[in-house]
Design a protein around this ligand. Structure first.
Ligand code: ATP
Length: 235
């Protein structure tokens, strides 16, 4: 679904990403984890074509949705208008299953409310719904659950695993949360300090969709430990 070859990104003198190559297969959930400021968002912005870069990036779909790190919800619009904004901008009609999507995202009945009237978890779901309406085939999610409490975060992780499994989406996920990466991913790429390079790739063998039981699989903590060790022992 995505092929990145020898990606290098500079912001003036600062090299944020160096010679990074990766592939994402159709239906795969790939996480990028790495130290703060190492260049994760930069990789994603290059994939989305938002910044100039050296190297080659190929994306084999146009149905792409992006959920940025900081939600961009507009309080002067209703929840419904916020969700369908990408469609309005492209002069497209909402899909015929829009009502069902609102239900699946737990937003049914809130269509006419404003974003400030929603809980943190519902705001996250609204941002994800907007991304899905923009294109559910490839979802690029940058720290999608960064601003909710630990319990809501777990609930959202289980919900996300179920929903992307049902939509057969390919997902690129950026997260600081190692447990979240292990829970949601098929594969984790651990990035080095800036400039971001791939230190290690770890495959996560659990069946999908993941459930609350996944957290207590004995292999879960082994994989989590391997990711943490790689992050902490990097040169
Ligand atoms: N527009 C920009 N101009 C100059 N420097 C930038 C710009 N955007 C990012 N940087 C720098 O590039 C480096 C990588 O930033 P990036 O946001 O990609 O890191 P990150 O790994 O996503 O960080 P975090 O985990 O904290 O979100 C950082 O040092 C950052 O300060």
């Amino acid at each position: 679904m995505i092929k990145v070859s020898q990606l290098t990104v500079r912001y003036g003198e600062l090299k944020a990403v160096e010679d990074l190559s990766l592939e994402v297969q159709r239906g795969e959930i790939l996480s990028l984890v790495g130290p703060s400021g190492c260049g994760k968002t930069t990789v994603v912005k290059a994939i989305l074509g938002l910044i100039p870069y050296e190297g080659k990036i190929e994306i084999f779909t146009s149905r792409l949705g992006y959920c940025p790190q900081k939600d961009v919800l507009f309080d002067w619009m209703t929840v419904y208008e916020n969700a369908v904004l990408p469609l309005v901008l492209r002069k497209e009609q909402p899909p015929s299953n829009i009502k069902e999507l609102f239900e699946r995202f737990g937003l049914s009945g809130f269509e006419e409310k404003r974003p400030y009237q929603l809980s943190g978890g519902m705001r996250q779901k609204l941002s994800l719904l907007r991304a899905v309406l923009s294109g559910e085939e490839l979802l690029v999610l940058d720290e999608p659950f960064s601003s909710v409490d630990a319990y809501t975060r777990k609930k959202l992780q289980i919900w996300l695993s179920e929903i992307v499994h049902r939509m057969k989406s390919t997902v690129v996920l950026i997260t600081h949360d190692v447990e979240e990466a292990v829970f949601l991913s098929d594969r984790i790429l651990i990035l080095s300090d800036r400039p971001a390079r791939i230190l290690k790739e770890i495959r996560v063998p659990f069946s999908k969709p993941r459930t609350i039981k996944t957290f207590s699989d004995p292999r879960f903590s082994e994989i989590e430990e391997e990711v943490l060790e790689t992050l902490m022992n990097q040169p």
